[in-house]
Design a protein around this ligand. Structure first.
Ligand SMILES: Nc1ncnc2c1ncn2[C@@H]1O[C@H](COP(=O)(O)OP(=O)(O)OP(=O)(O)O)[C@@H](O)[C@H]1O
Ligand SMILES: [Mg+2]
Length: 231
């Protein structure tokens, strides 16, 4: 029995190690992609632009028409190249994995809410949201964000919503805070299905849910759960 126990313990450790190594690897890939996209944008495109402008500057001074034609051909080529580089930057930032991961789904949920809100919410995400939040926990998180934003649109009369999602790796938890600058919750509010559902989702995931007045004067929702929810 003791041997089986020890073996199971070691196996669990090995699984945890390999998961951490995989998360680290994914993070490194994302960071690398971000850096390449940044460098392409800030260095390469600016440089190409400068060359294009320089060539356009000398064009009027060229007397031979065939040289002027060749030169303006190069300027057009540079424009095409800049467009190609921009497309590459876009695909680096919008890789398939990112688009279908939790980050992408949160982005789409928030962007979708802009239509009913009539303004663009502000969204920040910190930590390895894509790699360490399970499918099941991600689904809970998306449902909470969706309901909270619907509530802002229906009840708050707000002009601003800030959404912050972050993974606290040492604490192994994921948290979302949604703040608006609307009328705020009142003591005589009758809880509807929406808030009951958000509270139930938190309880079932072993986490917490609070709705109170926030620092923007409107409502503040905090929903947080441990990362170990798997189904
Ligand atoms: N962001 C907010 N700003 C101001 N009041 C809010 C906000 N969110 C919720 N409330 C208040 O809390 C009440 C309860 O919200 P809840 O989501 O539970 O119900 P509901 O939105 O009225 O109905 P539903 O069951 O369809 O969600 C709302 O009726 C509203 O008065
Ligand atoms: Mg509601």
């Amino acid at each position: 029995m003791r041997m089986v126990h020890t073996f199971a313990g070691n196996a669990a450790l090995a699984v945890e190690f390999s998961r951490t190594a995989r998360d680290k690897q994914r993070l490194a890939v994302y960071e690398d992609r971000d850096r390449i996209a940044r460098d392409l944008h800030d260095l390469v495109i600016q440089h190409l632009f400068a060359i294009g402008l320089g060539l356009q500057g000398v064009l009027p001074k060229v007397v031979q028409p065939e040289v002027a034609d060749t030169l303006s051909g190069y300027v057009d080529d540079l424009d095409t190249t800049i467009r190609d580089v921009r497309r590459t930057i876009f695909s680096l930032q919008e890789s398939e994995e990112v688009a279908s991961g939790l980050r992408g789904r949160i982005l789409r949920t928030v962007a979708g809410a802009a239509t009913v809100l009539r303004f663009e919410p502000s969204l920040t995400m910190e930590g390895p949201v894509d790699s360490v939040v399970s499918e099941a926990l991600g689904a809970q998180l998306l449902a909470v964000i969706g309901e909270a934003l619907t509530n802002v649109a229906r009840h708050a009369k707000a002009t601003r919503v800030d959404i912050r999602v972050w993974v606290d790796t040492p604490a192994r938890s994921v948290t979302v805070v949604i703040l608006d600058d609307g009328i705020g919750p009142r003591s005589d509010d009758v809880p509807g299905q929406g808030t009951v559902n958000m509270a139930t989702r938190a309880r079932q995931a072993g986490g917490i849910f609070t709705l109170c007045e926030g620092e923007l004067g409107g409502a503040e929702i905090t929903w947080s759960a441990p990362l170990n929810l798997t189904s």
